[in-house]
Design a protein around this ligand. Structure first.
Ligand code: ADP
Ligand code: MG
Length: 293
């Protein structure tokens, strides 16, 4: 390998909006056969908005938003930001929360106006003996079938409503997936979100393989499991949660629009947060290596 060709490769990468950590990274892209894509913030924009608030019987929409909004206001999660912002539009001041708990990858809990409030995955509420009633369950299934994420809200031992948040696909995701496939790579969608929602998003962008309902700490194990099955894995992610998986992957790619932690763990940063740059980076590395040989 001549150092000059490697430098050309990395220099050209900078022009394409791809920052490559070092020439040795190029070598590891050669054998990649699988690209694991984080859903939120990588394939989708990750800028969620509150679409719908569905209170249970006997609960006012206003109360549902006030209590859920107050707890979520203490979290940085994109779902939490959407709910707190949406709740503020109705009640400009959110009440204080105490005993706040962040239940990583599952939801949040806190005491608001004397109520013990839980907001998160429907399965989280079920685990706390606050299952959805039949009408909330139907609303949940309808939201998931549309590809939107619904979180459940409960307090004082009962499910009290659903909040539906919507995310948008990045406009370039479908094209990027097609480009990755054209390079002979198998895309896999990885997410903590619900299986139905994940399948819907995967279908829209052309991905067949979906690994859903994965807790943040388990993303790294998913990558290791794929590697154990003989696959050589690139992982693209944006979040703090993605960092261990990015480090575990044979090639880690971070969205430049994401967290610093993800970029530090990755081999390559896609400066503009455009997934097409992942295909550009892999194509460029292969071409550079061919030049060297
Ligand atoms: P992703 O893999 O899409 O980035 P996460 O792993 O962060 O998602 O979260 C997985 C699921 O846990 C979410 O889809 C949601 O149901 C639930 N969840 C996580 N954090 C929160 C929160 N702050 N409020 C409500 N629900 C949450
Ligand atoms: Mg993410």
């Amino acid at each position: 390998a001549t150092p000059t060709a490697l430098l050309v490769g990395t220099g050209r990468g900078a022009q394409l909006g791809v920052l490559i950590k070092g020439p040795e990274v190029l070598e590891s892209t050669r054998r990649i056969d699988t690209v694991v894509l984080d859903k939120t913030g990588t394939v989708t924009q990750g800028a969620m908005t509150l679409d719908e608030a569905i209170p249970a019987d006997g609960v006012s929409r206003e109360l549902l938003l006030r209590l859920a909004g107050a707890v979520e206001d203490a979290s940085e999660h994109p779902i939490a930001r959407a709910i707190a912002t949406g709740a503020r539009q109705g009640n400009s001041d959110l009440p204080a929360v105490s005993s706040f708990q962040n239940l990583e990858g599952r939801g949040v809990r806190g005491v608001v106006e004397g109520h013990d409030v839980l907001v998160g995955r429907p399965s989280l509420l079920a685990e706390h003996d606050q299952p959805l009633d039949e009408s909330l369950q139907r609303a949940l299934e309808a939201a998931q079938a549309r590809g939107t994420t619904a979180v459940a809200v409960g307090w004082d031992g009962r499910a009290r409503g659903l909040l539906v948040v919507a995310d948008q696909l990045k406009p370039t995701s479908t094209q990027a997936v097609a480009q990755l496939k054209a390079l002979g790579l198998t895309p896999v969608l990885l997410t903590g979100d619900n299986e139905t929602v994940a399948r819907q998003v995967a279908k829209e962008v052309g991905i067949d393989e979906v690994i859903a309902e994965v807790l943040p700490a388990d993303k790294v194990d998913v990558v290791a499991r794929l590697q154990g099955a003989g696959r050589t894995v690139a992982m693209v992610g944006d979040g703090v949660n993605d960092a261990p998986a990015l480090a575990q992957a044979d090639l880690g790619l971070a969205m430049g629009t994401g967290t610093d932690v993800a970029m530090e763990a990755a081999d390559i940063t896609l400066v503009r947060g455009d997934l097409r740059a992942a295909a550009d980076a892999i194509r460029l590395s292969r071409r550079t290596l061919r030049t060297i040989k």
